[in-house]
Design a protein around this ligand. Structure first.
Ligand code: UDX
Length: 448
């Protein structure tokens, strides 16, 4: 089967590469000529573990190609995926202009049956607009060509996207004809071999599933951040509480980690867009309003703790930031909590030296020359009054503590992800702050 994927961003590229990996003929299309030229030479616009190898292998195998021209890609294709961006508009709603533009172009060029699938995260009801855009283009040409629209949201985690695609928990497909269902079942058959289910449903439900999943996960995080903050006040240990509640299979142990707020390209945008959809229909999603509000506060938390420690004066003090990307294994800086923290520190007159194993090139775009980018984690900490652990990359997990202590101006650590053994650190002479209360805080230490 041949498929066309429009948009070679994160989702489009992973989808194209992974479909090619199981033998599908894939043509990826993008308007960005420079990006396409680089992809043709095996240079990827993003960092994603395992993706480079798959792209190159399938390009060499003749199953994956890149072009700027939709017209040359469409002949012989059976499915077209729309995987272009849906940036948030001013009110938080997803901006659909690129999606609808692609739908119009497909309508303007198609001459045989196609399943036109939205892969981008789009608000409930978008398929109706996509359908209209295709129909209008066909009408303008005076053409009658059969086609179906479908919705196939992705559930890829950055840093694990290839694995998520190749071994999906589930594949959600919204269709309203048997023909489209059969086509997409055929396309996804190679991924279903190990019992991974494909869930067919109506189109609106598929569109909603994506938002409901992300909003639920964001809710868990804000909930845990709230509980962690309360633990800090009452003297309970959030790590113990997390284990305690996560052992209940109804709750489950994943996605219960408090931190400095969720970021990335999905949660902030999708929570906002779902709230906005509610508004459009006259329904206020009160839980999600709170999820957002907690997250905004949480992004400020580490800075507040720092200010409190230094009695409000951080001016001309050097802080080492470990990790910049919104989470490990990605260079994505979109909505990264590190940006909020760093900007607050700079505004307060502090100096920042940062290290991230992958995201520094991307971070320059956001932070320019306002901070120093160090060659490694220890260089970042030289003469620093505190180390701020922001992103839990594995390389930060077991530092050479004595070396670190020797380099720093004062042995002070703010752990934005609760990854360190606070009791050990306190024994080694560090002053430690985590998220919420942890074992080393006085009330718990008394019981040891
Ligand atoms: C998410 C969804 O997981 C994925 O299914 C969807 O398709 C896109 O959005 P992603 O944005 O790549 O994926 O990141 P994810 O690993 O889900 O983390 C999102 C944010 O939540 C990160 O900022 C992370 O640090 C934070 N997080 C996650 C926590 O603070 N605590 C947790 O327990 C888990």
């Amino acid at each position: 089967m041949k498929v066309v994927i429009v948009g070679t961003g994160y989702v489009g590229l992973v989808t194209g590469a992974c479909l090619a990996e199981v033998g599908t003929e894939v043509v990826c299309v993008d308007v960005d000529a420079e990006k396409i030229a680089r992809l043709q030479n095996g240079i990827l616009p993003i960092y994603e573990p395992g993706l480079q190898e798959i792209v190159v292998r399938n390009q060499q195998g003749g199953r994956l190609s890149f072009t700027t021209r939709l017209a040359t890609a469409l002949p012989g294709a059976e499915v077209v995926f729309i995987a272009v961006g849906t940036p948030p508009g001013e009110d938080g709603s997803a901006d659909l202009q690129y999606v609808l533009q692609v739908a119009s172009e497909v309508g303007a060029l198609m001459d045989h049956y196609l399943v036109i699938v939205t892969k981008s995260t789009v608000p409930v009801g978008t398929a109706v607009h996509v359908n209209r855009a295709v129909k209008e283009s066909l009408y303008t040409r005076g053409m009658i060509v059969d086609y179906d629209v479908a919705s196939n949201p992705e559930f890829l985690k950055e840093g694990a996207a290839v694995n998520d695609f190749l071994k999906p928990d589930r594949i959600v497909v919204g269709v309203n004809t048997l023909r489209a269902r059969q086509k997409l079942e055929q396309l996804y058959r190679p991924f279903l071999l190990n019992g991974h289910p494909i869930l067919f449903m109506d189109i609106a439900s598929a569109e909603m599933t994506k938002y409901a999943a992300n909003a639920m996960l964001a809710t868990r995080i804000s909930y845990m951040n709230d509980i962690a903050n309360l633990c800090g006040l009452v003297g309970a240990d959030i790590n113990q509480v997390r284990k305690g509640i996560g052992s209940d299979p109804r709750i489950g142990k994943h996605f219960l980690y408090p931190g400095i707020g969720y970021g990335g390209s999905c949660f902030p945008k999708d929570v906002k867009a779902l709230i906005q959809t509610g508004r459009e229909y006259g329904y206020r999603l009160r839980i999600l309003d709170a999820v957002e509000a907690v997250n905004e506060d949480q992004k400020q938390l580490l800075f507040q703790k720092i200010l409190r420690h230094f009695d409000g004066n951080v001016s001309n003090k050097k802080f080492a930031v470990w990790g910049l990307s919104f989470k490990p294994n990605t260079d994505d800086m979109r909505e990264a909590p590190s940006l909020v923290l760093i900007r607050s520190l700079l505004d307060a007159g502090a100096m920042v030296s940062a290290y991230d194993p992958v995201a520094m090139k991307e971070a320059v775009i956001y932070l320019g020359s306002n901070i120093t980018f160090a060659d490694d984690m220890y260089q970042a900490a030289e003469d620093a009054v505190a180390v701020l652990l922001v992103t839990e990359w594995n390389m930060f997990r077991i530092p050479d503590w004595p070396r670190l202590k020797g380099l720093m101006r004062s042995p002070l650590l703010f752990d934005g992800r609760n990854i360190y053994d606070d009791v050990e650190l306190v024994k080694m002479g560090f002053t430690y702050y985590g998220i919420g209360n942890t074992a080393a805080t006085p009330v718990n230490a008394l019981l040891r």
